[in-house]
Write a protein of this length. Structure first.
Ligand SMILES: *[C@@H]1O[C@H](CO)[C@@H](O)[C@H](O)[C@H]1NC(C)=O
Length: 428
């Protein structure tokens, strides 16, 4: 069981077993004398600034030094941010390959829910749910052959765009092969999308569909913390359902998953990690493994991240996670993985390397080109039962793919025998 006695929730205490974990104690050190305000900033301090004296050595006689430490701490934090935002521009923003979340300007959301000391407590709206597995066979065996396996909670943040339904369809067809899985589809939308309800129901995979819109205060920010509200909603759902068994995995709707990934993450004791293909400049991101142990990380964007891994590059055992009530994923673009893994007090020597000691790619950060849904000019008077086009375009509109208009967009080309025909000739 993943519950050795010393793996306790992150709290202001010293531990002598792992010097790396010193970083995580900085918030406690800084926040104790300075108050809560300094905590979010301190949370992201890189190792070079974070070798403070242990709390236990601050005796009562030295309390007069606290204001001094506090002021010095403040300036260190200030300089860190100044320094790091420059790094961001040189290391991060020049990369054409980085996706939106990695395009983050560091510090864009300083102080907004970015500590790991606040439990997630946001509204959660369940649209539809099914706990019934209607699949008969998975891979080469009947469903009940898999009954003993721990459940994989596969968390998919998604958002309305014209690629949404095709991505979810493709992903569903991967997940159809995966036994004992619960698919958590969290949509960045104010309302429940009934089309998605119907879609998810059809597959027979157990699922929960929730509406988890990004808070409006982040909507305008560039880059916006995409997918964070969704993942937070799922963390909340896990807590509300008191789930302490199974494996948590964050699987975006556009990635490509090798079925062997699921076999690899299912025996996760605490946190397992593996390389992800097509990430940023190196087209790969993942752990460096020596003698079967994770010793470091390869990733083209470090930016002070203690855990510079992709969201799809790790899995977490829920029993392990349940020991950290302050588990969090802050609204801090580019730092979601790092701060999440910090909030569950990960130690490097506990990481379980997967994929043949991290030599194989079992998940790819593929991305579909994101284009605006077009408007096609097709007169409303022809969008009735006389042809398929009315029903077709109504479906495309519901899926957010395209729409027809009387007076907007390029006139729809309709041809026969290689020749363009007028709409009235074919449709009336
Ligand atoms: C990983 O490496 C260790 C040490 O070299 C070895 O004992 C172990 O069998 C390897 N694991 C796999 C899955 O190859």
């Amino acid at each position: 069981m993943p519950s050795a006695p010393h793996y306790q929730a992150l709290e202001p205490q010293t531990s002598d077993d792992d010097e790396d974990i010193e970083n995580c104690k900085v918030p406690a050190l800084v926040s104790t004398p300075c108050g809560g305000a300094a905590t979010p900033a301190a949370m992201t301090m890189p190792p070079r600034w974070s070798r403070p004296r242990p709390v236990s050595s601050v005796s009562s006689r030295r309390r007069c030094w606290l204001p001094v430490i506090c002021v010095v701490g403040f300036f260190l934090v200030f300089f860190y941010f100044t320094l790091n935002s420059e790094n961001r521009f040189t290391l991060g923003l020049g990369n054409a390959n980085l996706d939106d979340s990695e395009d983050a300007v560091y510090g864009a959301h300083n102080g907004l829910d970015s500590t790991n000391s606040h439990a997630i407590n946001e509204s959660l709206h369940i649209c539809s749910e099914s706990h019934e597995d209607r699949r008969v066979y998975m891979q080469d065996k009947p469903r009940n052959a898999y009954a003993q396996l721990p459940v994989i909670y596969f968390v998919t943040p998604t958002y309305p765009r014209r690629e949404q339904i095709p991505e979810l369809t493709r992903l569903a067809h991967t997940l159809l092969h995966v036994p004992h899985i619960h698919w958590l589809v969290a949509n960045d939308h104010e309302r429940c999308d009934t089309f998605i309800d119907i879609l998810l129901n059809r597959f027979g995979i157990p699922f929960t569909h929730m509406a988890s819109p990004m808070p409006s205060k982040f909507r305008g920010s560039k880059p916006a913390p995409r997918g964070v509200a969704n993942r937070r909603a799922v963390l909340q759902w896990i807590r509300q359902n008191n789930l302490t068994n199974g494996i948590l995995y964050f699987g975006d709707d556009d990635n490509t998953y090798d079925l062997r990934l699921f076999d690899e993450i299912r025996p996760t004791q605490r946190v397992s990690m593996f390389p992800v293909g097509l990430i940023a400049d190196y087209a790969v991101s993942g752990p460096v493994v020596r003698q079967g142990k994770v010793v470091a990380f390869l990733d083209s964007w470090i930016a002070g991240r203690r855990w510079p891994v992709d969201m799809a590059g790790f899995a977490v055992n829920l029993n392990y996670m349940s020991q950290y009530p302050n588990v969090n994923m802050p609204y801090k673009p580019g730092y979601e993985e790092d701060l999440f893994l910090r909030s569950i007090n990960l130690h490097i020597d506990q990481i379980e390397p997967r994929g043949n000691n991290c030599t194989e790619i079992l998940v790819w950060h593929t991305q579909t080109k994101n284009k605006k849904a077009p408007v096609v000019r097709l007169e409303a008077k022809y969008m009735d039962g006389r042809s398929n086009l009315g029903a077709l375009f109504r479906a495309l509109k519901v899926m957010g793919v395209a729409s027809a208009s009387d007076n907007e967009g390029p006139i729809a080309l309709i041809s026969k025998n290689g020749k363009e025909k007028s709409h009235s000739l074919i449709l009336s």
